[in-house]
Ligand binder design. Structure first.
Ligand SMILES: [Zn+2]
Length: 469
């Protein structure tokens, strides 16, 4: 039986590895081969989302026990770690026992990549992934070639459904996943027939081209847009400033891949006159959360992974409204296990019962990285960048901006001017920022020819060179 299964797995992987990526028929075959499994996963998600708190605890504890046992027996890094800390898998009876396991960090993964691979999974199932990471150093990790595409599709469909759409509704994708070869010749998009998605180039999304993007989206009539907030904000600003009429087909904008700032959300909602829905996940595939149908709080998928919120001293955050670092243990595969992985992302806890009736972990907001998303005053007061509600009117003559800090109490604002920019704008910006930041900061304004995008086609609004103290 095992041999038989492995034969099919090898066949599916060899089709997906070798098939020409742009041939419709191969994609269709792959899709059909996986379809039944996708439904199974999705039915599981549907069922578990309504578990009571006790059922969730029981389910997650069992999963953690299984993962710890498996990792001890099959993964060299965990064998050594548990032996060193005298952790015996069968003695893990409750969450407190589990919390004795030391955290996993990016640095540990980097140093132990090979030792984190399960010895009992055949090599052909390992799919190599590299995440770019905030520090610029890529992180190499692995996901399961068989399970990954099935889970990715099942969760994507679940998320789209929660946002009020269907998987095959027409959509626009502005997430930079795909490089569009025709973009250099002036055609900035590519239509994918099977998924009914219009992929649009992020690297060419600039002032000159935005009217063409808007025109294309209007004609295409998508029901939703999946986007990085820093991409859609460019289009939203243009719509607002030029009083362009909204695109009526769009029912929801789904934001992912970056922290969504409140000021961005407001402009996007006003310009598109629809809801902005948030989706949080990582390439590490250890956790996933999505806005509720009823509000903007993020609901975590119980069966996807176990999530802890940890303060700076490593204690669990328990009070409503408190913030902590998101620490995850993934349940989606065990060939490269992540146990108590410090994501570096900060979440604000919600203990209130949501009116949707779900009992999963709920966060009010995710604030991005500790280090990157804070600015530091002269007296070393940390101010969360997300809490600065920037009045966008002061940037009306600014093409693009970026905050930069390398010295405590000094904030450099890089500005790429529009032709209409004058010294009055500088004055307004200075005044507004002084109000926002208070007396602990000196504000310097530097004019630049261009605020560069990252390799992924995103904008960073804050470049923080000071490290966490
Ligand atoms: Zn809810």
């Amino acid at each position: 039986m095992k041999k038989h299964t492995e034969y099919w797995q090898r066949l599916i992987i060899s089709i997906s590895d070798k098939a020409p990526k742009n041939v419709f028929i191969f994609k269709l075959i792959l899709f059909l081969l996986r379809y039944k499994r996708v439904n199974t996963v999705q039915n599981l998600i549907k069922r578990i989302q309504w578990y009571s708190k006790d059922e969730i605890d029981k389910y997650q504890l069992t999963k953690l026990q299984q993962l710890v046992k498996y990792s001890y027996e099959n993964v060299p890094y965990y064998k050594d770690l548990f032996d060193k800390f005298k952790i015996i898998p069968k003695e893990i009876k409750n969450f407190d026992d589990f919390y004795k396991i030391p955290f996993l960090t990016r640095e540990i993964i980097r140093k132990n990549t090979n030792n984190l691979k399960s010895k009992s999974v055949p090599e052909f199932r390992f799919r190599h992934m590299a995440t770019s990471g905030s520090t610029g150093k890529p992180l190499v990790l692995y996901v399961d070639k068989i399970k990954y595409p099935i889970n990715a599709f099942a969760y994507y469909r679940t998320i789209i459904n929660r946002a009020g759409c269907k998987i095959f509704d027409k959509s626009v994708n502005l997430t930079g996943i795909m490089i569009i070869p025709s973009a250099n010749k002036g055609k900035f998009w590519k239509y994918k027939m099977l998924s009914r998605k219009m992929h649009m180039s992020l690297l060419h999304l600039n002032k000159e081209n935005i009217p063409r993007y808007i025109e294309k989206i209007r004609k295409f009539k998508p029901k939703y847009i999946l986007t990085y907030p820093s991409a859609i904000i460019e289009i939203a600003r243009y719509i607002k400033e030029n009083q362009i009429k909204p695109i009526p087909s769009i029912k929801v904008v789904i934001s992912t891949g970056e922290t969504l700032y409140d000021w961005q959300k407001k402009i996007i909602e006003e310009s598109f006159q629809c809801r902005v829905f948030e989706f949080y996940g990582h390439s590490e595939s250890t956790t996933m959360a999505v806005s509720c149908e009823k509000n903007n709080f993020l609901h975590f998928f119980t069966e996807y992974g176990f999530v802890e919120l940890i303060d700076k001293d490593g204690n669990h955050v328990k009070k409503d409204g408190e913030k902590g670092e998101i620490v995850t243990t993934g349940f989606m595969h065990n060939l490269f296990p992540f146990i108590r992985y410090k994501t570096g992302d900060i979440g604000i806890l919600s203990n209130k019962k949501c009116s949707c009736g779900r009992n999963c972990l709920i966060l009010k907001k995710i604030q991005g990285k500790w280090q990157q998303e804070y600015i530091y005053s002269k007296d070393n007061v940390q101010i969360p960048f997300t809490s600065l509600y920037i009045n966008f009117k002061i940037f009306k003559n600014v093409e693009q901006f970026q905050f930069y800090q390398e010295e405590k109490g000094v904030i450099i604002l890089r500005i790429q001017k529009r032709e209409t920019y004058s010294s009055e704008d500088t004055e307004n910006i200075r005044q507004e920022l002084s109000k926002l930041l208070g007396s602990g900061f000196e504000i310097k304004i530097n004019f630049v020819d261009e605020v560069p995008k990252t390799a992924a086609g995103k904008y960073s609004y804050l470049v923080q060179k000071l490290s966490k103290k």
